[in-house]
Design a protein around this ligand. Structure first.
Ligand code: 6R9
Length: 661
């Protein structure tokens, strides 16, 4: 039972009343007890002069261990191909492991791992270092050298961290694919990155069910570039192994030498590629490098979460397959020598109180999750967290999508018990590090606002046509100065990199792809994507990718996919489908198409509903008017339909949508 102040354990009507009351408050000052000792208390995020930005990051970078100290900080001679600390060398795995072990912290727990079925493992820094060295040696034995790409497709188990750091140790950029993606999507990503080795598992577990992973991957077909598949035995099911190509993780680890020196890497050596959805069907291979990335993630992890590695237990609930997991489960926390929690499972398995149980068990002090999860917890009720001792919590974070004020307040009252500052952190796979966020103990927060750019970051809201700053109001969010953890390019696609992010207002303005509002105080409110990217539960999905998969279904003639607001997932996917010939849309066919999408991309991309139509609204130049489809789905008035080739078709469409809901 809880030991925290009982007067704050609200539920039912009392809670509703408190939330209503706070909804009027609009602004939340840093709690006094927190402000007095916070790391950010001296930070004035908006006062750095432009000339001081690079100097600020250089100072942050010097907190890392460099084998060759850098003299060059930021090279801006070839925008938008910026480099950071380019003449320095360092090793990321040395910074994340050896450094702490050498400083006498080998016995510190790096991860408290909790398995789905209640298993617990504590992995210390010394143990992690030993396994990373062994696995790095094993990878070398498999022929992996500096610059070779290693694919990683694993569930949330400690081996995923070992694999990532072993790659970093030998300079082999990893390409981690989210465990929830379908084998076909994994194969695609292995193919485009020409991966030499894939590290995967025999199977995965989800809410008590076990499913094959390696066998499913094999079924997706052959890949020429892939020389070896390493299989982690996680769930203990039989795995088809091809002699000469496939090896078991535990066997190669046991056979490997314990010592693998950390080779110094050039600061600009690629650390990883991470594929993210763009506005075309082809995912973007976002490239991050060594020195700048580590500087960005370690310094923001300290500042934004007020982190003290001696005191804190940090828990980021993301999957390592997303950038949030890369930066704030693996690289930021390990570089800072923090103790983290890693949880294999879902928030409602084996029961809906599991997260709160884990916070209580491990004494979590900093908790970082997504609005979609908070909304799910709201639905399950305050009774779940209320029976747990959450008094260790100090800072709460949110990431992935805009957080609606109601969810923010619920998080504040029910989880934070009105004591913990909330950091609503805005950033992207591309930015590598948190860019816009309150600094706890320093920033006055407003539910729903990510507040302001962090020190060293210059964000602006600009008019979409002129590119001029919007002093107050809505515009495009842009970043006006390079930052160390920025992406360097799209893998093998320099031109696409320039075109996607740097062409609208020139090579010195990074166009984020989100719209934002700047309010009268200068606080930033992220509105959402301006491109054809859908954000489902904080996961970025591409309209074009889902459409093109639906169109590969034999019975489909044409498809258009749009987002619809959804109370629990933020946005949901709705697909408008035209069937071939005289075929009729049936519930069975709807299920078939939804499964088809799950099979080729993953379950999160499965449309929530399908609307059968005979014709898509198109302009005279044959472009699908997705705006109209979105308006229909949101029940908005249709506005201007004059550019539509057949305006009468819209009334019919609205009827069909009503029937499908
Ligand atoms: C870290 C991550 C990036 C997109 C981004 C924006 C949305 C992320 C947000 C947010 C409002 C926040 N987003 N954090 N929107 N408030 N605090 O999520 O990376 O998967 O690349 O998504 O997510 O639209 O452009 P990624």
């Amino acid at each position: 039972m809880s030991t925290s102040a009982p007067s704050l354990l609200l539920s039912g009507e009392q809670l509703d009343r408190r939330l209503e009351e706070l909804l009027q408050q609009k602004r939340f000052s840093p709690p006094a007890h927190f402000a007095a000792t916070a790391r950010g208390r001296g930070a004035a995020p908006d006062v750095l002069a432009e000339s001081d930005q690079a100097a600020f990051w250089a100072e942050q970078a010097r907190t890392l261990h460099w084998d060759t100290p850098f003299a060059s900080v930021l090279d801006e001679s070839n925008p938008p191909f910026y480099t950071w600390f380019a003449d320095g060398t360092l090793n990321v795995s040395y910074n994340c492991l050896d450094r702490h072990v050498l400083a006498g912290h080998g016995d510190r727990v790096a991860f408290h791992w909790a398995g789905e079925e209640g298993e617990q493992r504590a992995i210390t820094y010394a143990e992690l270092l030993r396994d990373v060295q062994r696995f790095a040696n094993a990878l070398k034995r498999l022929g992996v050298g500096k610059g070779d790409i290693v694919g990683i497709y694993l569930p949330m188990i400690p081996e995923v961290v070992v694999a990532m750091l072993a790659c970093a140790r030998i300079g082999a950029p990893h390409n981690v694919v989210f465990g929830g993606f379908a084998p076909e999507a994994v194969k695609d990503r292995m193919k485009v990155s020409a991966a030499k080795v894939l590290v995967t598992a025999d199977g995965g577990r989800r809410k008590g069910k076990t499913m094959p992973v390696k066998a499913a991957y094999d079924a997706a077909g052959e890949l020429d570039s892939l020389e070896h598949i390493v299989v982690v035995r996680h769930v203990g099911i039989d795995v088809p192994m091809r002699p000469g190509r496939d090896v078991f993780y535990d066997e190669i680890l046991a056979a490997a030498d314990d010592v693998c020196p950390a080779h110094p890497m050039e600061a600009e050596h690629p650390l990883f590629i991470l594929y993210s959805s763009g506005s075309t069907a082809k995912p973007k291979g976002i490239v991050h490098t060594t020195g700048g990335y580590l500087t960005g993630v370690s310094s923001t992890h300290k500042l934004v979460f007020d982190l003290d590695s001696e005191r804190d237990v940090f828990w980021c609930t993301a999957d390592v397959g997303w950038v949030t997991g890369h930066s704030y489960i693996v690289y930021g926390p390990l570089c800072n020598g923090a103790t983290s929690v890693m949880f294999e499972g879902a928030p409602d398995y084996p029961h809906r109180g599991i997260w709160w149980e884990l916070i209580e068990r491990y004494g979590v002090t900093v908790f970082y999750t997504a609005p979609t999860a908070i909304r799910a917890c709201m639905k399950w009720g305050a009774e779940e967290p209320n029976v747990h001792d959450l008094s260790t919590l100090r800072v709460l974070g949110s990431v992935g999508e805009p957080i609606n004020p109601k969810a923010w307040l619920w998080y504040h009252v029910v989880v934070g018990r009105e004591r913990c500052p909330i950091v609503d952190t805005w950033w992207q796979t591309e930015t590598g590090q948190i860019m816009i966020s309150p600094v706890p103990g320093h920033t006055e927060t407003k539910p729903g606002s990510a507040c302001q750019a962090l020190p060293g970051v210059v964000a602006d809201v600009v008019d979409e046509k002129t590119g001029e700053s919007v002093v107050q109001g809505q515009g495009l969010l842009v970043l006006k100065r390079p930052w160390p953890a920025m992406l360097r390019t799209l893998y093998g696609e320099d031109e696409r990199y320039v075109k996607t992010y740097w062409s609208r207002f020139g090579p010195e303005t990074y166009v984020v792809g989100d719209a934002a509002i700047r309010d009268q105080d200068g606080s930033l409110w992220i509105v959402g994507r301006i491109d054809d990217v859908i954000n489902v539960s904080g996961h970025r999905l591409s309209t074009a990718e889902v459409e093109s998969v639906i169109m590969t279904h034999a019975k489909v003639a044409e498809a258009a996919v749009v987002a619809q607001s959804d109370a629990s997932t933020g946005q949901a996917i709705v697909a408008f489908v035209i069937l071939r010939g005289e075929l009729e849309g049936t519930p069975e066919l709807e299920a078939e198409i939804r499964e088809h999408v799950a099979r080729y991309i993953g379950k999160i991309s499965r449309p929530k509903c399908i609307v059968w139509i005979d014709e898509l609204p198109k302009t005279n130049s044959a472009k699908i008017m997705r705006r109209l489809l979105r308006d229909i789905m949101e029940g908005r008035p249709l506005g201007d339909v004059t550019t539509l080739s057949d305006p009468a078709a819209m009334a019919d469409l609205a009827r069909r949508v009503a029937a499908a809901q």
